[in-house]
Design a binder for this molecule. Structure first.
Ligand code: PEP
Length: 251
């Protein structure tokens, strides 16, 4: 069975004091939420303090990005061994904001994916179409290409350590959520592509998260879909009560 994963992406929000206060609050709120895996992806600078603050709470900490080299003269970058050494467990790869503002391509997604795996981090590979692509009827093709290129060279065994996040670009931070049926349709096609790439066994075990304006009032119907295994949450993960409600989704 696929254990549900609810992941918060804090983007470039919160001060140090706010991050630590949130961690204490969340840990108290979700102490009994054992059937769901909980992850927070803060800015790099808060990973180490949050790992320490959340020790023993069951809430894991991940990174919003990871560089593809282990070390070297790459000013401003952070590598998988560095992240691992401070206790990060996951890394987002290819978030649409990275693709849109920082020239992320399927090729760099692929390099980051392998760096994360080599460094012992679970990669959460983000895919999703723009509004223009959706309106042109290209959603399935765009997402399939992102998967085929982004996951190139991965074998079935490595694929078991993968999480995919489907995040339609038009739904991120806009308050517009994909309907559960529409999200399920894309999730199903993602699982079919994963099956073609890695076989039915692996594809039935890989978690596929939905992301894009997930909130307390839409999470239940999204999580009720058979191929939606969790959520990647931006805005609503910044408030502990909202995030708790999402973590306590009902199927
Ligand atoms: C995200 O940052 O991945 C995201 C889905 O943001 P939001 O929930 O704010 O749409």
């Amino acid at each position: 069975m696929r254990v549900p994963l609810i992941a918060g992406n804090w983007k470039m929000f919160k001060t140090s004091d706010e991050a630590l206060a949130f961690a204490g609050d969340l840990a108290r709120r979700v102490a009994d939420a054992e059937s769901t895996e909980i992850l927070l992806c803060p800015a790099f600078v808060y990973i180490s303090p949050l790992v320490q603050a959340l020790r023993g709470s069951g809430v894991k900490v991940g990174a919003q990005n990871v560089f593809w080299e282990d070390s070297g003269a790459f000013t401003g970058e952070v590598s998988a061994p560095m992240l691992k050494s401070v206790g990060a467990r996951y890394a987002l790869v290819g978030h649409s904001e990275r693709r849109q503002y920082f020239h992320e391509t399927d090729e760099t997604v692929n390099r980051r994916l392998f760096a994360a795996l080599k460094g012992g981090l679970v990669p959460i590979v983000c895919v999703g179409e723009t509004l223009e692509e959706r309106e042109a009827g290209k959603t399935a093709a765009v997402v399939e290409t992102q998967l085929r290129q982004g996951l190139k060279g991965l074998d079935s065994n490595q694929a078991l350590s993968l999480v995919v996040a489907y995040e339609p670009v038009w739904a991120i931070g806009t308050g517009r959520t994909a309907t559960p049926e529409l999200a399920q349709e894309v999730h199903r096609s993602i699982r079919t592509t994963l099956g073609n790439l890695f076989g039915p066994d692996a594809s039935s075990q890989i978690r596929i998260l939905y992301g894009g304006s997930v909130k307390g009032d839409n999470v239940d119907s999204l999580m009720a879909q058979p191929d939606i295994d969790g959520a990647l949450v931006g805005g609503a993960s910044l408030d502990a009560a909202s995030f708790e409600r999402i973590i306590r989704f009902k199927r």
